[in-house]
Design a binder for this molecule. Structure first.
Ligand code: ADP
Ligand code: MG
Length: 243
């Protein structure tokens, strides 16, 4: 019997997306294991959100493939719709429904009988179970963000895509919420692709950093390897404002 290595949870191969003929995502490949956090790090406009949108299935690549657990979910011919990709999403401005309670927000879209129990468990995990019957406007920005995280994790996504989710939070709150988020994501075992333009955030959260510039991944590896041995002057400059 031969031992088989499980396929990566998420694997994107040679993704290309052009707008007006110009490649905005230019041959991007990445793979992420369950429980692994990969940060797509790069300056504004380099193609990070476009990459995420293709993985989420709300945009379609011009070429390249996306596999989840070794199964093809998208190429240029075949396409699993976004709602069947087992992908959780979290954005900076991913607002809660104002007319639903915190518990109903977390349970939204869940099927089955114990929706409230699931909501309670996740709210407990982010320290907000006591707010289950409150409405979002009673909560601070940081608390709402934690509820959004609980909601994204409620359907047990295999993959979490996070697009600068902490950018709207003030500095005082951000570190605590980042650490808490990371703990919860690790515990739930999702493969995480976290987009950020802040090197410090990537250093803090990533198992692996993929450094992106002008649509291409220019360097990929463990945070300290990239920090200590940047591939080129651009990478060095990008990291130079961390202290
Ligand atoms: P990032 O998230 O790294 O800031 P984006 O992926 O949002 O970058 O955008 C990358 C580039 O693609 C930008 O120059 C942006 O203006 C362009 N772009 C993004 N979406 C579209 C679109 N729908 N049509 C035309 N250009 C787009
Ligand atoms: Mg973006």
């Amino acid at each position: 019997m031969t031992a088989t290595t499980p396929p990566p949870r998420l694997e994107i191969r040679n993704l290309v997306r052009r707008f007006d003929g110009q490649p905005v995502v230019d041959d991007v490949s990445l793979s992420i294991a369950p429980g692994q956090v990969t940060c797509l790090l790069g300056p504004s406009g380099c193609g990070k959100s476009t990459t995420l949108r293709m993985i989420a299935g709300v945009d379609l690549q011009d070429s390249g493939t996306i596999h989840v657990d070794g199964k093809l979910i998208c190429d240029t011919v075949f396409r699993v719709p976004p709602e069947r990709r087992a992908i959780g999403l979290m954005f900076q401005d991913f607002a809660l429904f104002p007319h639903l309670s915190v518990g109903e927000n977390v349970a939204f879209g869940l099927k089955g009988s114990d929706k409230r129990g699931t909501a309670k468990r996740l709210l407990d995990r982010v320290g907000l179970a006591h707010f289950i019957d409150h409405f979002p406007h009673h909560l601070s920005g940081g608390e709402q963000q934690r509820v959004a995280l609980a909601r994204a994790l409620a359907p047990r996504p295999k993959i979490m895509l996070m697009d600068e989710p902490f950018s709207g939070l003030d500095n005082r709150l951000r570190d605590g919420i980042r650490d808490e988020t990371l703990d919860l994501l690790k515990e739930e075992g999702a493969a995480v692709l976290l987009v950020t333009h802040e090197p410090e955030e990537a250093m803090r959260m990533a198992d692996e950093i993929a450094l992106m510039r002008a649509g291409r991944i220019v360097q990929q590896g463990a945070p300290y390897n990239i920090y200590n041995s940047p591939a080129d002057k651009g990478a060095m400059a990008f990291f130079s404002d961390i202290n």
